[in-house]
Write a protein that binds this ligand. Structure first.
Ligand code: SAH
Ligand code: SF4
Ligand code: F3S
Length: 442
């Protein structure tokens, strides 16, 4: 790659919210280094993919994309693979896709400026690979935020939980938290920029441990909620093992904290949870659900579920269904177990055939549809605050989200225009498995 007056890059992001927010920071870093973001591969000198390897399909997508664009190498473009596949596959990517010149995992993004200089100097194989030793977080003042109303803040990176099925501890490095002072500083900056909603991010956001020892996670939430100008605070994902009653207490005390908790259970069977190394039992999980349901506020509860973990019997699968009934989730992300490189579950016996995993997936989805429909029914007739996101011109409606993170499609009187990012009151007139319908109340 030669240093030209116009350094351009294209970046495509796969995977979770953490990756999406990392990309905002990567874009900011590149712009700071004199690069200009362009919307197509054709226009770009540097082509970057920020990748995900959580399930086999996600990883395949990345390699498909790389081979689609191999033809551009002849035009002198430089290719880079960032994120979880980069960290997982490391230098093997250079063998599989020889036109790639940069492989960099998320724990090495601090070194991106030096790596760009190496690429500009013509280096062909530049790597930033983590050895699970770094204590550094990727903090930059140059984040190029794409959502003008909801500001993401990473408070904890990496993961030390090592669930038997999961790649994340190997792809994102060891667990490390930012200081509460730096998180609060970033939140204040966001307010100055006009943000009213803050979303805290972490693989396990509630495993946050202030390196300066000043605040617990619940105290950090409480302090954020007191910052003038912040209307909503969200946080995701919470790990059940580290979920304390103090989190429910602070939500109860501070209306700015959204009434929603995402608490992935993965399985309703204690035997399977143990094999997954989830570090809690069905009963301990349900205790936490009991705390949330005991709150004065109506807190919505969402989850992630894996079906077909090796050795999961029909009875154990049914325990997942019964747990769904007991909890009454507002919404659930469901996945077929996918065997991943490096993970302990890879070598486990009693793999469940794909057709059976697919059947179980269909069954949980069907069950959740019924539960979600019943749960959403309770909102009909209520007036809820909605943060306006966009106009759906085709349907002549607006769309936004409630504090409970429910999608609300609503009508407004003829001639009324709303501003994205504003807050309005909406009367709920209908409910669906995954959304609400309503009309503007004020
Ligand atoms: N840290 C979070 C989860 C992050 S990964 C937690 O522990 O709850 C997001 C979700 O992907 C997980 O909750 C899990 O349901 C799913 N997942 C992770 N690895 C998977 C695998 N190998 N196969 C299928 N689903 C998986
Ligand atoms: Fe993966 Fe488990 Fe860590 Fe969540 S807690 S990121 S599922 S290893
Ligand atoms: Fe995927 Fe990595 Fe996120 S594996 S889900 S991008 S942490």
């Amino acid at each position: 790659m030669s240093e030209t007056a116009d350094k351009t890059f294209y970046l495509e992001t796969f995977g979770c919210q953490m990756n999406a927010h990392d990309s905002e920071k990567v874009v900011g870093t590149l712009v700071q280094q004199g690069y200009r973001q362009v919307p197509t591969v054709e226009e770009a000198g540097l082509v970057l993919y920020n990748t995900c390897s959580i399930r086999d399909k996600a990883e395949q997508k990345v390699f498909n994309r790389l081979s689609d664009y191999k033809k551009y190498k002849a035009q002198g473009k430089t290719f880079g693979v960032l994120g979880c596949v980069a960290q997982q596959e490391g230098e093997k990517i250079f063998e599989r896709a020889p036109y790639v010149s940069l492989v960099c995992g998320s724990a090495s993004y601090n070194k991106l400026p030096q790596m760009l200089v190496q690429l500009e100097g013509g280096a062909q194989r530049v790597t930033g690979l983590d050895d699970r030793l770094t204590d550094e977080c990727f903090e930059t003042e140059f984040t190029a935020r794409t959502n003008p109303h909801r500001g993401y803040i990473t408070i904890i990176e990496g993961c030390d939980k090592f669930c038997a099925y999961c790649v994340v501890p190997y792809t994102r490095g060891k667990e490390r938290s930012r200081s509460s002072a730096s998180v609060l500083g970033e939140a204040r900056q966001l307010v100055d920029l006009g943000y009213t909603e803050i979303q805290l991010l972490g693989q396990n956001v509630n495993s946050f441990r202030d390196p300066e020892g000043k605040k617990t996670f619940a105290e950090l939430l409480g302090t954020l909620a007191e910052i003038a100008g912040i209307r909503r605070v969200r946080f995701t994902t919470s790990h059940p093992r580290d979920f304390g009653r103090d989190i429910v207490d602070v939500i109860d005390a501070m209306p700015v904290l959204c009434n929603h908790v995402h608490l992935p259970v993965q399985s309703g069977s204690t035997r399977v949870l143990d094999a997954m190394q989830r570090l809690y039992t069905r009963e301990e999980y349900l205790d936490r659900i009991g705390w949330i349901k005991g709150a004065r506020r109506d807190i919505s509860i969402t989850s992630d579920l894996i079906v077909g973990f090796p050795g999961e019997t029909e009875r154990e699968f049914e325990e997942t269904l019964s747990l769904m009934d007991v909890v009454g989730y507002d919404s659930v992300f469901t996945f077929k177990y996918s065997a991943r490189p490096n993970t302990p579950a890879l070598g486990m016996e009693d793999a469940i055939p794909d057709a059976e995993k697919a059947r179980r997936l269909a069954v949980v989805n069907e069950r959740q549809k019924a539960i979600g429909t019943a749960r959403n029914q309770r909102h009909v007739g209520q007036v809820l605050e909605v943060m306006v996101e966009a106009k759906n011109a085709a349907r002549g409606q607006w769309v936004g989200r409630t504090s409970q993170i429910k999608v609300m499609n609503f009508t407004v009187p003829a001639g009324v225009e709303l501003a994205a990012g504003s807050y309005v009151q909406v009367r709920v007139t209908g409910s669906f498995p995954n959304s609400l319908a309503g009309e503007l109340a004020s």
